[in-house]
Design a protein around this ligand. Sequence first.
Ligand SMILES: *Cc1c(COP(=O)(O)O)cnc(C)c1O
Length: 399
Amino acid sequence: MQTQKARKLLMIPGPIEFEPAVLAALAEPTPSHVAPDFIEVFGRALDNLRTVFQAPDGQPFVMAGSGTLAMEAAVANLLEPGDRVLQINTGYFSDRMAAICERSGALVTHVPAPAVGDAPGLAEVERALQQDRFTLMTITHVDTSTGVLTDVAGLAKLARAAGALSVVDGVCSVAGEALPMADWDVDVALTASQKALGAPPGLALVMARPRALEAFRRRTRPVASYYADWSNWLPVMQAYQARKPAYFGTPAVNLVLALDVSLAQIIAEGMEARVARHARLSEAIKAALTALGLSQVPLRPAVAAHTLSAPYFPDGVDGAALLGKINAAGVILAGGLHPALRTRYFRIGHMGAVNAADVLATVGAIEQGLHGVGYRFDAGSGLAASQRVMQGEAGHPPS
Ligand SMILES: *Cc1c(COP(=O)(O)O)cnc(C)c1O
């Protein structure tokens, strides 16, 4: 067991640091998945997911698995061989979604970002939609490989106008970025427990709104994935929602207990306040990076996520050495992921339980790391920039 003195702050884009009350749920004696108390907890978690996804008319699905399973479940239930998919491509996870769609026999057209760190423009997407009849538009809300944020509201509207269903990979956005599913008329959104949703890894979560469920019911061929098939899960979710027992595959019982605790905390904070907190802390980190002379992968603030930051290593700095020094200073950050620039940048996750003290600790450790590798900068300038944002002197006023 690590001592408090030796503890390190985990600031990667998932898994994140979890609230003690969430972790405590993992230590509860595991109940039967059909025990009345557990049925109540699972039913409540499903109800609360509608609040967090802002989808009062949505059907939640909770399965044991990682975010990639949620991606697969979201599209496998809606695609039949030969269907066409338009993939809005902003990085590594967009590529993964395309590969998943192809596994279901779909033909994928990519609308690539004009450059790494950018997102395709709406006009270009509109043109692409006119070229074919698409079943789905798949959108990565925040691509965790680039830190690029897409305009889900605008894209979902275009999908709707073209008669395509919109599927949003919200693994790095749900409960961190604004994603009011019903207001934006998004058909399917998905996430995983270990990111902004704030529960340990192991749950795949999908929210499907009525148009997607109708399309699922109209399909003529069986879903290519047996485990992810909504025919198996829909009766189970509906049963728990009605506080009745059901079984298809054993739920990850303790993770559902943990999810229930986290969802209650998220709802107590309020979705607007939560999104505003993520925006403010993100701005504080990004202001520090700029003050320290580090440029970022997202090319403009309008396409920069608020759940993570993706700074380039300064010229002449050995990235692995820098991350090692930052770690030695007490903060764990992540390396690059996008294949085109993997070794040139790093990633800082700031979602879920993150607070102002975490931001200062992280910026302080980055300064120590930069100093340790011989990079020249004004000591304390990153911290000062963060403080100015958090004290409301720059950018968003504190809410
Ligand atoms: C993390 C992530 C995934 C994959 O989730 P896993 O739980 O690792 O399978 C997919 N999409 C995005 C945007 C992510 O950030």
